[in-house]
Design a protein around this ligand. Sequence first.
Ligand code: SF4
Length: 62
Amino acid sequence: MKTRVDVLLRDEAARFAFRFACDDCAHFAAAGQRCSLAYPPAPRREALEAPALELCKAYEMA
Ligand code: SF4
C-alpha cells in the first residue's frame, strides 16, 4: 500500500526519527547495497522526497 508523503509526514518522520528504509533494516547489506532476502532494495531513505512511500513488509529494525 502506498502512503502519500506530505509536509506533515516529513515533519513527523524527522521529529520521531522514523525508521523505514533498507538502510536501517537488519536484512540490508550496506557494503553491497543489497537485500539479503533478495528483494529489490526499497524504500531507501530518500523515499520521503517522493510524493508517495511504499513500505516493505519484511522490514526489521537493525
Ligand atoms: S527486507 Fe525490505 S526493507 Fe529490508 S533490506 Fe530487504 S527490501 Fe529493504
